[in-house]
Design a protein around this ligand. Structure first.
Ligand SMILES: [Zn+2]
Length: 107
């Protein structure tokens, strides 16, 4: 299973807990921040606990804004490298920078 990212609000560690099993009808996987109690849960009747754990972990670890910021930083880092080395930035990099600027504007 993937490692859990820290809490998006306070940055502290989070933990995964499950309730229910194959004999009970309801199964729940919950991730809770140990510090501020932010939580996220996924429950299922038709799927098993492993499925619940997988989905809640994916949801908890997916941070669209964080990913967009990282892509923007990497694009600008690449641009800095180009200028430092006296290279002309590629068309592909210009596309990345345009996408990064759009994402930053939308935040
Ligand atoms: Zn927290």
């Amino acid at each position: 299973m993937n490692e859990l990212k820290n809490c998006p609000f306070c940055g502290e560690k989070a933990e995964l807990r499950t309730t229910g099993n194959d004999y009970t009808k309801k199964r729940v996987a919950e991730i809770r921040c140990k510090s501020c109690c932010t939580k996220m849960r996924v429950g299922a009747l038709k799927h098993n606990l492993e499925w619940c754990e997988k989905i809640v972990t994916e949801n908890w670890n997916t941070r669209k804004i964080e990913s967009q910021l990282l892509e923007a930083v990497l694009a600008y880092q690449e641009l800095c490298t180009c200028y430092r080395l006296g290279r002309r930035p590629s068309e592909k990099l210009f596309v990345k920078l345009k996408k990064a600027d759009k994402a930053l504007e939308d935040m």
